[in-house]
Design a protein. Sequence first.
Length: 223
Amino acid sequence: MIPALAAAALAGLIGSPHCIGMCGSFALACGGRVSHTFAWTAGRIVTYSTLGALAGLAGESVPGPTWVASAISAALVIWFAAALAGFAPDPALRIPGITRLATRAATRGDIPSRFVFGMANGLLPCGLVYATLGISVASGNPLTGSLVMAVFGLGTAPALSVVAIGVRRMTSERLWMRRIVAGIVLIAGLWAVAQRHGGSPHMGHDPGQEATPAVGLAPSFLP
């Protein structure tokens, strides 16, 4: 779990310029208030954590031998990382009504609306989010998947919390930055897959092995 969490944190921190380009305007829409920015960030992290739990559950629920789930997880990690690096089509999954919900919440100035605004932002299409979700899928565990995405969200929080006009000039158009992040996510995701597939399923004792000494000791207790 530690490599996956570390990779998620690095993806959030190193990918901050990408996040500024994608979500900087949303951060500015919070009006510059600390409480509103905090509520917006918390909403994003709640959404990311939920998506991570679902991704981890999906990785855990794949039927068949262990290698089948590992192969699917590895394929997803490679695909998401390649899309983030610009080598493959971006899997832009769109949920109907999310843009309208985000717009409506952004026009209101109360803290609950900022929280909802952040939750809606977390569902908007983002290649970096998809790439990090690949690590959650590879983890094969809902709790780990949720923690991975929560750490990722926390990693993006510092930069987005101090967004200013000068900082916003750093956009996601810097392809070399996206490819560095994609490489980190790819390596960590495949490492998570290798750890899951390499775990020994025989952690308990073999009942057949315990039966042999029991039979051998039985005569010594007979009268």
